[in-house]
Design a protein around this ligand. Structure first.
Ligand code: CA
Length: 231
């Protein structure tokens, strides 16, 4: 059974919609205002939210932004026909789909099923492992191995290796590593990258003098690439 939350202030839309969706086998909760909708979404954790944009206390897009900050729940916007700019704003703010009023329960139901299908396809899709030579980096399990032996990496070392492997064969600058892996602005902290690279080298069983996978490009950055003779 799918748990739906309808956020809609107009009872002439809300009441028949709730009835029709229940007849289709869904569990339906409803809220009349944006703030009670947010509260219900957090309390009841519905599988999907149907969100009206014209609400008495707050714009539906504002509610969507607040919801997106705390929950990945799929959202379908229900809006009046002449609201194309609103539809775009809604999709930009993180809505998964929209229906244009007046809509039938059958149409909404089909869109609900389509959105939920997409969601479950995404969540079942494990992130692919990256393989470079004998190195295998699996972001799903956050495990890296070299020639079948699991490497004992800290979370930061894993992220660093994963980022470099994703750009294998290219020179990655320290600036990029700081902003992408450490998520800090480039500055005096670039020694941090050097230190972590040297730890990573040691765990890969190599040195800056005799690199196999991690090649320093002086003054530019670092490049991860498979050695010509992996093992
Ligand atoms: Ca309304």
């Amino acid at each position: 059974m799918v748990h739906l939350l309808i956020v809609e202030d107009d009872p002439t839309i809300r009441t028949p919609l709730i009835r029709a969706l229940r007849e289709r086998g869904h569990a339906v909760a409803a809220a009349h205002t944006a703030m009670s909708g947010l509260q219900t979404a957090l309390d009841e954790r519905p599988d999907l939210v149907v969100l009206d944009l014209g609400l008495p206390d707050l714009d539906g897009i504002e509610l969507l932004r607040m919801l997106r900050a705390v929950s990945p729940v799929p959202v379908i916007i229900a809006t009046a026909r002449d609201d194309e700019a609103e539809i775009v704003r809604g999709l930009d703010a993180g809505a998964d789909d929209y229906v244009v009023k007046p809509f039938t329960a059958a149409q909404l139901d089909a869109r609900v099923r389509a959105v939920l299908r997409r969601g479950s396809a995404n969540s079942q899709e494990a992130p692919a492992a990256t393989v470079v030579g004998d190195l295998r980096i699996d972001p799903g399990t956050r495990e890296a191995s070299l020639a079948g032996t699991v490497l004992d990496l800290t979370p930061r070392e894993f992220d660093l290796l994963h980022h470099l492997a994703g750009r294998a064969g290219q020179v990655v600058t320290k600036r990029e590593l700081l902003t992408e892996v450490w998520q800090v602005p480039y500055g005096s902290a670039d020694k941090t990258v050097d230190v972590h690279l040297s730890w990573l080298r040691r765990k890969l069983g190599e040195s800056a003098q005799q690199p196999r996978y991690l090649h320093t490009v002086r003054g530019v950055g670092v490049q991860l690439s498979a050695p010509a003779d992996p093992s």
